[in-house]
Write a protein that binds this ligand. Sequence first.
Ligand SMILES: *Cc1c(COP(=O)(O)O)cnc(C)c1O
Length: 841
Amino acid sequence: MANNGEQMCVAKGWQDAPLIDESTLEDDLSRHFYYTLGRDKVGKSQLYLYNALALTIRDRLVARCRATKQQMHSEKRRKTAYISLEFLMGRALGNAILNLDLEEQVKLALNNYCAHIEHVAQAEHDAGLGNGGLGRLAACFLDSCASLALPVTGYGIRYEYGMFNQSIENGHQIEQPDNWLREGHPWELSAPEQAKRVKFFGHVESYTDKNGRIHRQWLDTEDVLAVPYDVPIPGYKNDIVNTLRLWKSEATDEFDLGEFNAGSYSEAVAHKNLAEQITMVLYPNDSSENGKELRLRQQYFLSSASLQDIVGLWVSQHGEKFSDFADFHVFQLNDTHPSIAVAELMRLLIDDYDLDWDAAWQITTKTMAYTNHTLLPEALEKWSVSLFARLLPRILEIIYEINARFLAQVALAWPGDVAKQQALSLIEEGSDPQVRMAYLAIVGSFSVNGVAALHTELLKEGLFKTFYELWPEKFNNKTNGVTPRRWIAHCNPKLTQLIGEKIGQDWVRDFAQISQLRRYYDDVKFHKQWQSVKLENKQRLVDLVKARCGVEFDTSMLFDVQVKRIHEYKRQLLNVLHIIHLYDRIRRGDTANLVPRCVLLGGKAAPGYYMAKRIIKLINNVADVINKDPLAQPYLRVAFLPNYNVTAMETICPATDLSEQISTAGKEASGTGNMKFMMNGALTIGTLDGANIEIRDAVGADNFFLFGAQAEQIEGIKQSYNPLHIIHNTPDLLNVMQLLESGHFNLFEPGLFDDIIGAIKSPHDPWLVAHDFDSFVQAQKAVEHAYQDQQHWTQMSILNTAASGTFSSDRTISQYSDDIWHLEALTTSSSADTAVSNSKD
Ligand SMILES: *Cc1c(COP(=O)(O)O)cnc(C)c1O
């Protein structure tokens, strides 16, 4: 190489990076605190200490992440991209310390600053890049993939503002923006040199190449840059660190030339806003879509950037040869949100890499896999064709072509059946024609799965019946799960220690082993220990409720908890009616068999969801009246915890005695909150819905409080539903309704709850609140009866934890890998005895 007389310089490589190990953690923390962050002493806020610690831990993740990537990409290896508009990660620090097994060293290092890990960890903002269960599932899945050493990369959006912060003012929900990045996000590493261009608007033209082949090109587009930010995902004590790649939208450097030349430099620069809007905010609707253009932009932005990333990497390694691309790639679409990826992969292969339609379709339908998360029709996304035509004209063309070929297939299967063709068409006809995105996902995927046994059956019989007739082999079930690392080992250290003393700690990586706890069913000494762990956890929740709600909970009372998004189908309203019923009993002096209880509710309502917000107000008003009534004091306390999120759940689920899972049967696809509570020894009161059914099967009917109509009865009940008749024939419910209607809970706010009262009394109430009330009250009486026998309650609690083995997301992910992804585990540098086991019992 030519040089101008300088000495040859060999650039240093990773092998020359300074060694980082256990012995340097203390020094690394100091270096980051004093030098990287430039601090001299710990102030009142622990923010800098937190940041220094996060950077110290990140150093250790980066090294392992590099090694994991090398393994993933050094040879041809089958990989999965998990594509999701939401990842509800919560805090990262505690999880990383647990998974890297650094607890003791971190404690020692923090001693130098007279700081405690629990306190320092409070400085971290939740990464709230999701609404609820669907986003949290994606987060649990990433933990399981890394812990099972599976080559899986998460792809999502780096929202500037995540799920809003909720406060309660005068009983009403107030939304505040979640500026979670304001104080920095030490976990991420950006890679601006790997940015992708995503096209919007413009138009499509044909051109003929030199071989006479006709091509389509998408021209005069307004491009947006997608810049990747990588978040490390550590596996549990196996030295694997996978990646969650989050995309941020930025303006390209090409400004609008017209404006620029007209001297409007500032206006041209201000145009950047439009591009940066795309990843500005998470849509706060859980289980409902609302057809907003910006939402479609987010979906296409994520799909296009992620596919370009994966296809681009393939081309850089193997050239533009796609014959075996499908052997090495799976794209798992988390719900319908990223289903536009089906059309985008077709576009990339055809327009950018010259494949013909059939070759591109072969690849697409061998790599795309779709998870459905809901049966609520309002959550099945549709986009108007006219919006599509303007925003993504080339994608619409491809969808039309997919549809034409698909409908030809339908015509073959059902000759002459025009109605069938209309029913299955990707385009819903009408005055404002719509693209049916779920249908695009089904047609373009080789696998379609539901998220609990009942949900999958209902998909096959109902929503997607005809698709099931056409392609039964595509349909499969993958019952959801949650990670036992975050949801026991991290959030319930007391229980973790107790379990460890009895059956060792292997259950953290091989959760089927938790069933060994059954051995202690009759061990009275163990019962006492189990109870004292619960008591300590209840005290932590007492402190939280006191600080956040100003309500005094009492650890000697039964802790009855319902926390989840506020939605009519989840029936927080039924819970409120039961609370009012208990209050009514107290007022009537019917307290002989009343078990004192503290009822906690929490959850966010979508800002535009009127009924959900009114239900929050009702909960708060009822809580106020009850908590102020000295008569109720000994028996009943009620609190609404503001801003329910992952971090709050980490204190809530270990402290819960009774888990409320009371959705109208057939409406909750799976639920995952139910699993977190079960693992931590709560008993469930629930309907036969979603994964509740499997929970009850696992723990046994005697250890589960069942009530309510069953899914297959719902249609029949609705035929002749007469809530007024039910109310008048159910004295307890009549009393409750009279209290509500008398304005007892809204003395100074007349009419406030009229709509709620109207909904309960409506013969069209789809959630059948009045129908299930009495059954619910009876089940709650069974709870009271059971709770009075503390010994037996403790036995049931132990059984719930012991039976929760199958609800680990490790089991779920093993099934995805075995049945859909067909991945081979990476080699872990640590020995086989520390890798998470994928045994499935
Ligand atoms: C687990 C979890 C959910 C899902 O709860 P469901 O009861 O299954 O609806 C929602 N939000 C948070 C913060 C969670 O941790």
